[in-house]
Design a protein around this ligand. Structure first.
Ligand code: NDP
Length: 317
């Protein structure tokens, strides 16, 4: 049952304008189906999945929900053709593309009846995505966890600017984890919101329990954007982050930073729970997350808070 007053609910055939971000190592079928069953849109994060794993995840997600769900496809993914084949074979209704050119796959996915939403972090790329024919845009601000834009534009500034520039539906992301945040983003011009970090700490997330607990214990100021020379990424501070900081102080160049990062750091931290040597990708909103909850309860709580805040807002005037 979609909400006919909202462009994103109409487009994606969902009840609430609330989307769970596709996140490597954290969002598999359990999380995606739980969010979709609760009336939002759940997304499987395929960036960390070998092709046969994604296929298994899509099959399980279809068994767990008859509501729409999506797959997030980072365009840097090495076996992207195989992921696309799986998405088409199993008729996944929506794809969220990120980290690449939206022109490459949009038409092909549309030809197979799949809706395409592209993630950007600037007005320039929002315009390019609209030109490429995507159905909607996620504009993600500086507060977001994981891969981040180069311009460091915050959600508060980015959303109204993108809103002014594009005509297609707009989803705000970065720093949103509560109903109040959701209302604020929609007041700035977004049709819907995408929430990542809050769902990392859900029961159904595939993030390691150590990582979830570490997020819940974190406070304001505990995340930082780093590795701008490679791909800018927002991390929760830990020993690995400190190693990077020392390398910067010693004047490390791109090659040295790449060598320190190595391969599979995100898996080590977020999936295997190594809080010392692992890379812990999370957004600034982590400092506001105080509880591990079922994903469906998060959706319910956010929507209740959203409506309370909306009523309060109406009473101001
Ligand atoms: P690394 O190069 O450090 O490691 C690759 C990881 O991906 C390994 O852990 C590997 O698992 C796994 N993997 C899954 N499928 C493949 C494949 N076909 N070939 C090689 N490795 C594969 O990369 P990251 O962990 O930093 O990033 C992985 C992906 O996630 C990339 O596509 C990247 O663009 C995306 N990403 C997206 C982010 C976002 O915010 N949207 C944030 C960070 C990354 P194993 O160890 O089992 O071999």
């Amino acid at each position: 049952m979609s909400n006919s007053h909202n462009r994103i609910c109409q487009l994606l055939d969902i009840q609430y304008p609330l989307i769970q971000a596709g996140m490597i190592w954290c969002s598999g079928w359990e999380l995606a189906s739980a969010v979709s069953n609760a009336g939002g849109l759940g997304i499987i994060g395929s960036g960390s999945m070998y092709p046969e794993i994604l296929e298994e995840q899509v099959i399980k997600c279809k068994e767990a929900t008859n509501k729409p769900f999506a797959v997030n496809l980072p365009m840097l993914y090495p076996d992207i053709d195989k992921h696309i084949e799986t998405i088409i074979k199993y008729k996944v209704p929506v794809v969220f593309t990120s980290a690449g050119n939206p022109k490459t796959w949009t038409k092909h996915l549309h030809d197979h009846g799949i809706k395409v939403v592209h993630v950007v972090s600037s007005v320039k790329f929002a315009l390019k995505a609209q030109e490429a024919g995507v159905d909607a845009i996620v504009a993600e601000g500086f507060e977001a966890g994981g891969h981040n834009g180069r311009d460091e534009t915050t959600t508060f500034c980015l959303i109204p600017m993108v809103k002014d520039a594009i005509q297609i539906p707009l989803i705000a992301a970065g720093g949103i984890g509560t109903g109040r945040g959701m209302l604020a983003a929609m007041n700035l011009g977004a049709d819907a919101v995408q929430v990542g970090s809050r769902f990392v700490t859900s029961i159904e997330s595939s993030a390691h329990e150590n990582f979830k607990q570490y997020i819940v214990a974190s406070e304001e100021g505990d995340t930082m954007l780093t590795l701008k020379e490679l791909t800018p990424v927002r991390l929760l501070k830990n020993e690995f982050y400190t190693q990077l900081q020392s390398a910067y102080q010693d004047g490390a160049d791109k090659e040295k930073l790449s060598e320190i990062l190595g391969r599979g750091r995100a898996k080590k931290g977020m999936f295997e729970g190594d809080l010392v040597e692992g890379e812990l990708e999370i957004g600034q909103i982590a400092g506001l997350i105080k509880k591990i909850m079922p994903a469906g309860e998060i959706v319910k709580e956010m929507m209740t808070e959203f409506h309370q805040a909306l009523t309060e807002q109406k009473n101001y005037i």
